[in-house]
Design a protein around this ligand. Structure first.
Ligand SMILES: Nc1nc2c(ncn2[C@@H]2O[C@H](COP(=O)(O)OP(=O)(O)OP(=O)(O)O)[C@@H](O)[C@H]2O)c(=O)[nH]1
Ligand SMILES: [Mg+2]
Length: 447
């Protein structure tokens, strides 16, 4: 037996003054609250004009009442909306009248938590409610809306369904000694494992872009001393955040600036020029530069067009985080420079610009937006969270082991189970014994 939930109430609109303001109430006492404030229980889902009264019968406001009986409401419980005038004092009085009628103040997120507990939303959808409200750009809002209507969840769940099917197949083979398992079965499993891995990789890529829309992208400016990293940072930031001098080794500590492009936060980190020499302070600065590079979401390798020797840095190539996009930025093209083209390399994104004149910087901004996952009319990107990425990575690690194809079938079964559990955490499902039921219903006959 679960305890009967209590009734919660809160001002649902933003604080401050506005044309209208809404107090929302959810729980079993909704009819009593409606009677106390509006003098009647409004017909379901019909806007009705009413005077809102406090406990002494004094009129607080006049507005619209809306009643959504359970379970067809946001929370799945009885819900009452009191839409009055949007002044902070009047809204507080309406809220206090609801409390006097038996409701209590809602905690942050409590309406949405109830929606999840009552299966109105899954976990990923519930999270996207907050993301939609917090969205800093139209693109982030669109991505959150896609998660809210369940696009992210349904892709995860369709993957879980296919994973379940594969698990059934594998579990059915487990009762047999290894040598008696039909090689065709093993081949089917290997194929299916590969398909699932590819689908998971596609989801990971969309989710990763979505996470960048939400949290921003960290981009490190790296390269030899004096190539113009700090000048480029200043140019992008639109202000003199970093010291610029003709002396190689000017920058030691990181200099940070956040740039907001189309609502997407880009966190830029300018670092010390990479070289062997230097005093103690510079050496520490360079060590820190390597640390920043190792953690970067993307790296700009800045090259001096007049000094082709700055184009090569095998160490930089080796120490880039795997999967982090890298851009070769050839700077100082306003100066006479040899036309070697050595700074460009096939397969690498590259841009030629001048931090001094600003030529080519627009192309750099579009590269940053592109790498951050911003699309003009973005399709398919989900506003994922770190938690989703961790779960997806875990599932993908387990599937990679499962797809190996050589391991004993018991281990394969175990890896698949782990992959499924990791994915189930995204939508908040807890379905441990569900699989057993399916096995019995589908495989117990004769096998
Ligand atoms: N002509 C020209 N000069 C530039 C350009 N960008 C930077 N410079 C000059 O190059 C010198 C070095 O610039 P910085 O921005 O300090 O270079 P850095 O890469 O940050 O150097 P360190 O911090 O020492 O690693 C300065 O004298 C700048 O004025 C450019 O696009 N054109
Ligand atoms: Mg510098």
């Amino acid at each position: 037996m679960t305890a009967r939930p209590d009734t919660i109430a809160a001002i649902a609109t933003a604080s401050g003054r506005g044309g209208i303001g809404v107090v929302r109430v959810s729980g079993p006492l909704v009819p009593a609250v409606a009677l106390a404030l509006a003098g009647r229980i409004p017909a379901p889902r019909q806007a009705q004009l009413a005077r809102f009264r406090d406990g002494n019968g004094a009129v607080i406001d006049e507005g619209i009442v809306l009643h959504f009986p359970a379970p067809h409401s946001y929370t799945g419980e009885d819900v009452l909306e009191l839409q009055g005038h949007g002044g902070p004092v009047v809204l507080r009085q309406v809220l206090e009248a609801c409390i006097a009628a038996g409701a209590r103040h809602a905690e942050p997120g409590e309406f949405t938590r109830r929606a999840f507990l009552n299966d109105r939303l899954d976990l990923a959808q519930a999270e996207s409610v907050a993301d939609l409200i917090d969205a800093a750009s139209a693109e982030a809002a669109r991505s959150a809306a896609r998660s809210l209507v369940g696009e992210f969840s349904s892709r995860v769940m369709s993957l879980v369904a296919r994973l379940t099917e594969m698990r059934l197949h594998v579990e059915a083979c487990i009762d047999f000694p290894e040598e008696e398992i039909d090689p065709a079965d093993r081949a089917w499993q290997a194929r299916r494992g590969e398909e699932l891995r590819a689908e998971l990789a596609a989801i990971v890529s969309d989710a990763r872009q979505g996470a960048v829309l939400r949290d921003g992208l960290t981009v490190v400016l790296a390269g030899a001393p004096n190539v113009g990293k700090s000048s480029l940072l200043n140019r992008l930031a639109g202000e003199e955040v970093a010291i610029v001098t003709p002396i190689p080794g000017t920058t030691r500590d990181h200099v940070r600036a956040t740039l907001v492009l189309e609502g997407v936060p880009i966190h830029l980190i300018d670092t010390a020029g990479l070289r062997d020499a230097g005093d103690e302070v510079e050496r520490i600065g360079i060590e820190r530069a390597w640390e920043a590079i190792a953690k970067a979401g993307a790296v700009m390798h800045v090259i001096d067009a007049t000094r082709p020797d700055t184009a090569d840095n095998p160490l930089l190539d080796a120490r880039l985080p795997v999967g982090a996009p890298r851009l070769r930025v050839t700077n100082k093209i306003d100066l006479p420079h040899p036309a070697t083209g050595r700074e460009d390399r096939p397969g690498d994104a590259s841009i030629r610009l001048s931090a001094r004149t600003g030529e080519g910087v627009a192309a750099l901004r579009s590269w940053l937006l592109d790498v951050a996952g911003w699309r003009p009319h973005g399709e398919g990107v989900f506003l994922a969270r770190e938690r989703h990425l961790v779960a997806l990575a875990e599932a993908s690690g387990a599937l990679a082991k499962a797809a190996d194809g050589t391991q004993p079938i018991e281990l394969l079964a175990e890896e698949l189970k782990m992959a499924q559990q990791a994915l189930g955490r995204i939508t908040g499902e807890v379905t441990p014994d569900e699989l057993l039921g399916q096995i019995f219903s589908r495989f117990c006959i004769g096998k």
